[in-house]
Design a protein around this ligand. Structure first.
Ligand code: ADP
Ligand code: MG
Length: 212
């Protein structure tokens, strides 16, 4: 088997050390194909099955590019459900363990607004949430995405199936045009092609069949 250690990427030493402590020795195929593209700052469409390691693919990219001296929201990860958002946030926190002061905040529907607003007042680097609740915070002015660097659409096919297209478009409209956009999906129906055409800029497309 060919070797694809994370150490072949130019990552922050604390990120590499942490991957080692998590026993992530080798990149999964989707990580091999997408991380170099993400680290170049390009837009990406990545298609891969459940369990292929998509969270760490974008998570490592977000953490490598993170500026923890600023407390503006730099990255937003949109997920179809609260359960998925919680899983993504948990994985991001594990990946960030050895990088000081990284704040990951989840904002999902079905949870009270008050504590979310309180947390937003303290600032966050990475927000993970469901489209409806993120849009609600944007409308209220309790969340601003004018300094966003990277937008991630995770499980984009499921988000569209759940009727989040309008909310996603409304969210995208509040972000800087020069942002990086990363779209992850298990399938690639024409609705995904359409949304990708609207919100991604000259994306690289990677597709990985099976789990490593
Ligand atoms: P997906 O989003 O593609 O369904 P996940 O990102 O949830 O997959 O990853 C599936 C599992 O694989 C998680 O438990 C994660 O911690 C683990 N994982 C991800 N990347 C690696 C890696 N390079 N080496 C070992 N385990 C990994
Ligand atoms: Mg996933």
């Amino acid at each position: 088997m060919s070797q694809h250690p994370f150490s072949q990427l130019a990552l922050k030493p604390e990120l590499l050390r942490n991957l080692e402590s998590l026993e992530y020795a080798q990149m999964t195929p989707i990580q091999q194909d997408s991380l170099p593209v993400i680290l170049q700052g390009r837009d990406l469409i990545a298609q891969g099955k459940t369990g292929s390691g998509k969270t760490a693919a974008f998570g490592i990219g977000l953490l490598q590019q993170l500026d923890n001296t600023s407390f503006q929201v730099q990255s937003l990860v949109l997920c179809p459900t609260r359960e998925l958002a919680d899983q993504v946030a948990q994985e991001l926190r594990r990946l960030a363990r050895q990088i000081p002061n990284v704040k990951v905040l989840t904002l999902c529907g079905g949870m009270p607004l008050g504590p979310q607003i309180g947390s937003l007042e303290h600032g966050a680097h990475i927000v993970v949430g469901t489209p409806g609740r993120i849009e609600e915070h944007l409308r209220k002015g309790t969340l601003r995405l004018n300094r966003l660097q990277t937008l991630v659409l995770d499980e984009a096919d499921r988000m569209l199936e759940m009727g989040f297209q309008e909310a996603v478009d409304a969210i995208v409209a509040t972000t800087p045009a020069e942002r990086q956009t990363l779209l992850f999906s298990a399938t690639f129906p024409k609705e995904i092609a359409a949304i990708a055409g609207r919100i991604l800029r000259d994306p690289v497309r990677v597709e990985v069949e099976a789990v490593h």
